[in-house]
Design a protein around this ligand. Structure first.
Ligand code: SF4
Length: 327
């Protein structure tokens, strides 16, 4: 059995081998915070024709929307039902955060956005907002408003970036470039607002080496939090059609491959960035193929931590800070 002196404590102040999201909240609030998803009825410029039609090729928002979320219900009703649902499953958190998750949650005039966000912030158990959006759906007026809110509440903006490579963003029809994502992240973080990003591993046309190299690119972004998920082919999407027509074009991760890859990725990732998710989990009914035999998220996290320990490595072990004076 290991004695406590054998267990290393990493620079983020605990012995887990990655900079874990749960500890991030523990530091700020002294306990666990729980997100409650909301579908406020937003759409997306990549679907309504402003940027494109048909959306990103992998997208089916229903696959990630909990059952209590529906835009026909008010925000308060969704929060109430969501909190009841979560209370039955998890131990009570210190507070809840309203998670504006479906589609692009800053894609509306500012006055309309304010009414949505206020309704959520006025709900008794809600301590703040997490707002998922696209990098091209933000501007300085909205960011100024978020900065004001940040003085009183926990506010975080999460951008869907998905890949650091424009060839991939074009291929999956994202309708924005990586440079636009970098600009949005820099502006948001530069205004003191907590900034997150989401990436997908396994997108068609990207080699494993290219995905691994993303660790260096992402490490230089002023991000507070980051989420990853493996590509899953969701039924009814454009990507499913492409996959059926040309499966050789896709190199989907097996579970064991992903664990190995992810550990190598984490070693190169800036240890300051908090890692919120390693994988995604669309409900089985939406999946084209159940590739990973439906492993639970907590099980996957444990297996990745076990692999980190076996390889005696940790997030940022191979991260090299860039010498900014040489830029
Ligand atoms: S993934 Fe996001 S940005 Fe892409 S089509 Fe779906 S809602 Fe729009």
């Amino acid at each position: 059995m290991k004695s406590s002196s054998d267990i290393p404590v990493f620079q983020w102040g605990h012995s887990r081998r990655f900079n874990a999201y749960s500890n991030y909240f523990r530091k700020i609030y002294g306990g666990r915070l729980q997100k409650v998803s909301i579908d406020a009825g937003f759409t997306c410029p990549n679907r309504d024709g402003l940027k494109g039609k048909g959306g990103c090729t992998y997208c089916n928002n229903d696959a990630f929307n909990p059952s209590y979320c529906h835009p026909s219900k008010s925000i308060s009703q969704q929060l109430g039902e969501g909190i009841d649902f979560l209370r039955k499953r998890y131990r009570e958190p210190v507070a809840y955060l309203a998670y504006f998750q479906a589609y692009s949650n800053t894609y509306a005039p500012i006055e309309k956005l304010k009414t949505f966000y206020w309704e959520a912030l006025n709900y008794p158990e809600i301590a703040g907002l997490i707002i998922g959006t696209r990098p091209d759906c933000i501007d300085s007026e909205k960011l100024k408003y978020f900065r004001e809110l940040s003085e009183k509440y926990f506010i975080a903006i999460e951008y869907g970036v998905e890949s650091c490579y424009d060839k991939t963003l074009l291929r999956i029809n994202r309708g924005h470039s990586f440079e636009q994502a970098v600009e949005a992240i820099r502006m948001t973080s530069g205004m003191g607002i907590k900034t997150g990003a989401h990436f997908i591993f396994g997108l068609p046309g990207e080699s494993r080496q290219e995905m691994l190299n993303e660790a260096e690119i992402i490490s230089e972004l002023p991000l507070h939090t980051i989420k990853f998920h493996q590509l899953q082919i969701i039924k009814g999407t454009i990507m499913e059609k492409e996959f059926l027509e040309n499966p050789k074009d896709f190199d989907l991760f097996s579970f064991d491959d992903y664990v190995d890859f992810f550990v190598s990725f984490l070693e190169k990732l800036n240890p300051e960035i908090v890692v919120e998710r390693f994988t995604g989990e669309a409900p089985p009914a939406y999946l084209h193929e159940r590739l990973w035999n439906m492993k639970r998220t907590d099980e996957i996290v444990k297996l990745i931590e076990k692999k980190l320990e076996e390889r005696n490595t940790w997030q940022g072990r191979l991260y090299k800070t860039k010498d900014k004076s040489k830029k």
